[in-house]
Design a protein. Structure first.
Length: 359
């Protein structure tokens, strides 16, 4: 495994984007159709979107920090990561502004959704990952322990009130509080630090170990449900999240195998990779097309709550195509912008110490 992108995680993000568009598009469906076994199965799949996104974000953060340290450019890598996290939080604020009147009611700027959770979760983790980046095996275990701690404490954090409530639970309107969702950052980072070691088999073994641990906790659902004071099981219990990361890790293993077995890229793979490498733009544009009205038009305004399953799938395909086109154009414009050029610029390694320079 070289310093190139690990395409399996681009695919994981890309597939998560596609499923995210699908689940948000359910607003188009006639309410009477939102029932039955098929819809319930679809909801279970949709429940993996956020864990997959956050897991892959933690993976990437740890991977690039370790690679930056290995190339002698740790400080430059941290600066580059901070710029990227600033972009994520800026888009998160922009989306909040599109939903809520931030200028009249500025408290909405603190409403945590998925992008806020990812951006702030990575920002908190960055100093730890940067500090430990020269020692990826140590980073792997530290990240794993931190992930376990976040998930383990999550049911207790439901009772936190005051200024920290927005970070710990949904009592203040937070959609994705850092506890427990930041736990996926650290589990993903443990895999990212392992990937940075350069051994594809070791990465697969580590992900398989995370999956096995998740399965064991999943099997202990009844015990873990009663191990804590009263809490919302489906939001914070470790067994519920263990079920999710078990399934995400299973998907990762399949994608890692696919990356090795089928290196060729077809149209479907290219579509997934567009979303996987530009997931921030895809998130922004699919919400625009779906909900925000331009000249009175949006998918939700035109077809919301009125679509059969046949129309729903047709509109979903159209929404995906529109999102893909706008994402591609945004990525092209970004690459030509000063921000894009700064991001694409190679990292400058630190100069060797004076004693090591030639006379």
């Amino acid at each position: 495994m070289t310093a190139a992108r690990i395409r399996a995680f681009d695919w994981l993000r890309g597939i998560a984007v596609l499923v995210m568009i699908q689940t948000h598009s359910l607003v188009l469906l006639w309410p009477g159709l939102r029932q039955g076994r098929f819809f319930e199965w679809l909801q279970r799949i949709d429940g993996l979107v956020a864990p997959a996104f956050i897991f892959s974000a933690g993976f990437s953060l740890a991977l690039v920090q370790v690679r930056g340290a290995a190339s002698g450019a740790r400080a430059a890598r941290v600066r580059k990561t901070l710029r990227r996290l600033g972009e994520v939080l800026a888009v998160a604020t922009l989306v909040n502004w599109m939903w809520f009147p931030l200028l009249r009611e500025p408290h909405y700027i603190l409403r945590f959704d998925i992008l806020h959770c990812i951006g702030l979760g990575l920002l908190i983790a960055l100093p730890i990952f940067a500090l430990l980046s020269p020692w990826p095996r140590v980073l792997r275990w530290v990240a794993f322990v931190l992930g376990a701690a976040v998930f383990g404490l999550a049911p207790l954090a439901e009772h936190v009130r005051g200024p920290l409530a927005a970070l710990c639970n949904d009592s203040s309107g937070t959609v994705f509080p850092l506890v427990p969702w930041a736990g996926y950052v650290y589990l993903g980072a443990s895999a990212g630090a392992t990937a940075a070691l350069g051994d594809a088999r070791e990465l697969a073994r580590w992900v398989a170990a995370l999956m096995l641990l998740g399965l064991l906790l999943w099997l202990q659902t009844d015990a873990l449900a009663h191990a804590y004071p009263p809490h919302e099981f489906w939001k914070t219990n470790p067994a519920n999240h263990a079920q999710r990361w078990t399934q995400v890790c299973g998907i990762v293993l399949l994608l890692l195998a696919a990356e090795q077995l089928w290196p060729a890229r077809n149209a479907v793979v290219k579509l997934v990779e567009v979303f996987g490498t530009s997931s921030l733009a895809a998130y922004f544009w699919h919400l625009n097309l779906l909900y925000f009205r331009y000249a009175g038009f949006s998918f939700e305004a035109a077809w919301g709550q009125r679509s059969s399953w046949a129309r729903y799938w047709l509109l979903l395909a159209l929404l995906i195509a529109g999102t893909c086109a706008l994402t591609w154009l945004t990525d092209l414009a970004y690459q030509l912008s000063p921000l894009g050029k700064a991001r694409a610029a190679p990292l400058s390694p630190r100069p060797p110490p004076a004693s090591a320079r030639p006379a």
